[in-house]
Design a protein around this ligand. Structure first.
Ligand SMILES: [Cu+2]
Length: 191
């Protein structure tokens, strides 16, 4: 497994509102710092945050998560920030709790939902349970605004995709492949 992917995440440039971050944060148990450190000895305490932008063209003709495929270690935090001035977006896990969507997160994992983020707002989750986490943007799912996070222990590569179910082509084709995420660590949409 390529362990250099931590360097690919953009550094946070603008602190999000602290109140909002606290309010919108789901902390699922204590972070597995040891696992993160064994992946990358240079990590700061607490581990790096994997940053995902909610992006869109100014005219709203295309919207996407950037990167839309991300590989992290158990206990690592993912933060979505809406960098699209033209739209509100959500980061919403595939799960029956979220508007009756099929479950596409690991067994035992709690479904997350950012609710609507205005431009400049952020939402973060800390993911502990290894596996594949698929998520969507509530207003733009049918435009293919979906993403996938893989939480992998060091060296772990045996992940299975979920059954297609009744998901739309735009959605199914919108997920990066598990193989791509494992190989590249971070997968971006080609504009
Ligand atoms: Cu959206």
């Amino acid at each position: 497994m390529n362990i250099s992917f931590f360097g690919m995440f953009r550094l946070r440039t603008k602190p999000a509102s602290r109140n909002r971050m606290l309010r919108r944060s789901f902390l699922w148990g204590s972070g597995s710092l040891a696992a993160a450190l064994s992946l990358s000895p240079g990590l700061a305490i607490g581990g790096p945050v994997a940053e995902i932008a909610m992006a869109g063209r100014p005219d709203g003709s295309k919207v996407w998560f950037d990167p839309y495929g991300v590989l992290i270690a158990p206990g690592q935090t993912v933060r979505w920030t809406n960098h699209d001035k033209a739209n509100s977006h959500t980061a919403t896990a595939y799960a029956p709790e979220n508007d009756d969507h099929p479950r596409r997160i690991p067994e035992g994992a709690k479904p997350f939902n950012s609710d609507y983020l205005l431009p400049g707002e952020s939402f973060e989750v800390t993911l502990e349970i290894p596996g594949v986490y698929d998520y969507f943007c509530i207003p733009h799912e049918m435009s293919g605004m979906v993403g996938r996070i893989i939480v992998a222990k060091p060296g772990e590569t045996d992940f299975k995709d979920y059954p297609r179910g009744d998901l739309d082509d735009m959605v199914i084709n919108g997920f990066p492949s598990i193989a791509d995420i494992l190989a590249r660590g971070s997968v971006q949409v080609k504009e």
